[in-house]
Design a protein around this ligand. Structure first.
Ligand code: NDP
Ligand code: ZN
Length: 355
């Protein structure tokens, strides 16, 4: 059977293609998407060639779907179940998973399979490895449109706060307030940060940043963010910096605004640039205990269930991130191109699909 999907044809090239349908292994599932969202990572992958050449690979790694088939060893899911599909679907028996890094199962970034090592979710049907460990039931009362944010935006943004180990009462600066950085603001807030500086410029994002707990907005287009933050903190800086935007030079700024003993949690996908430069003096000539942690988000079932519980209990509302809604499978291309162009009023687009 052939299935249709929206694919990366090569670096800088996309299009609709048909491919042979995936096969379901004994522990796996085949899922049909009901809500999908394009990601800034798709843009780095296609238009910056950030992870190298990929040919005729279906794009997309953010989906809520309906199970169409399960392998004979799958226990907790059956045909017709509505599921949240995490962007990161590790091989849970792998040695890196056992070391505590399932997102790197197999190899660095190996848990990120969709639209990286295998066909993504912008297809009529897609394959999920280890269904019992990598799918989460969509809880009753949680809107699938909200739930699709959990698959990547929420988990990634929150992970920046985890990487920096944000603690009660700390001051935090979040650099970048696209959909990922906004979740870093929310993540820092949920972990108990006090003052939260949010760095960005788009008005919609600023509004959501405030709703998610930002206390101060810094516009990087209106002056150096280092000067602005130091001025607002009596030259002391902040306890933690979360990076969810900018480029390789952003790390130098982060080091400059970080207190000794502070930490950077970065989830930014660096699409270009050879090296990250760390300023020697502001890194306290190498002895400042200023830690730099960069990571791919965790994935899998348990992570999705925990995040969904925050939505179910009303502690977190991901629907604030959605600024553009499309209907119909064929609208995926338009939504992805919108992500590439990033109009000023965009935070995150979604596509609802009725079959
Ligand atoms: P967006 O492009 O929507 O947001 C980027 C943000 O960074 C915007 O707020 C933008 O400001 C701001 N920004 C841009 N340039 C600068 C600068 N020079 N200095 C300070 N701020 C700047 O991206 P997303 O939120 O969708 O994604 C963020 C990153 O996370 C991407 O690189 C993405 O690929 C990555 N990612 C990583 C994952 C992981 O697991 N590690 C998973 C998913 C995504 P403005 O308001 O002006 O636009
Ligand atoms: Zn993504």
């Amino acid at each position: 059977m052939k299935i249709k999907g929206f694919a990366m044809l090569g670096i800088g090239k996309t299009g609709w293609i048909e491919k042979e349908a995936p096969k379901c292994g004994p522990m796996d599932a085949l899922v049909r998407p009901i809500v999908v969202a394009p990601c800034t990572s798709d843009i780095h992958t296609v238009w910056e060639g950030a992870i190298g050449e990929r040919t005729d690979m279906f794009l997309g790694h953010e989906a809520v779907g309906e199970v169409m088939e399960v392998g004979e060893l799958v226990k907790d899911f059956k045909k017709g179940d509505k599921v949240i599909v995490p962007a990161i679907t590790p091989d849970w028996g792998d040695i890196n998973s056992q070391r505590g890094y399932p997102m790197h199962s197999g190899d660095a970034l190996g848990g990120w399979k969709f639209s990286n090592f295998k066909d993504g979710v912008f297809a009529e049907l897609f394959h999920v490895n280890e269904a019992d460990a990598n799918l989460a039931h969509l809880p009753e009362g949680v809107d699938p449109v909200s739930a699709v944010m959990l698959t990547d935006m929420t988990t990634t943004g929150f992970h920046a706060a985890e990487l920096a180990e944000v603690e009660l009462g700390e001051t935090v600066c979040v650099i970048g307030i696209g959909p990922v950085g906004l979740n870093s603001v929310m993540g820092a807030n949920l972990k108990g940060a006090s003052r939260i500086f949010a760095v960005g410029s788009r008005p919609n994002s600023i509004e959501v940043a405030k709703a998610y707990g930002a206390t101060d907005i810094i516009n990087y287009r209106e002056g150096d963010i280092v000067e602005q933050i130091l001025a607002k903190t009596k030259n002391i800086g902040v306890d933690k910096v979360l990076i969810a935007g900018g480029n390789v030079d952003t790390f130098a700024q982060a080091i400059k605004i970080l207190k000794p003993g502070g930490a950077i949690g970065s989830v930014n996908y660096l699409g270009s640039g050879e090296f990250i430069k760390i300023p020697r003096v502001e890194w306290a000539v190498g002895m400042g205990h200023k830690r730099i942690n960069g990571g791919l988000t965790p994935g899998g079932r348990y992570r999705m269930e925990k995040l969904a519980s925050l939505v179910e209990t009303g502690k977190y509302d991901p629907s604030k991130l959605i600024t553009h809604r499309f209907e119909g499978f064929d609208k995926i291309e338009e939504a992805l191109l919108l992500m590439k162009d990033k109009p000023a009023d965009l935070i995150k687009p979604i596509v609802e699909i009725k079959w």
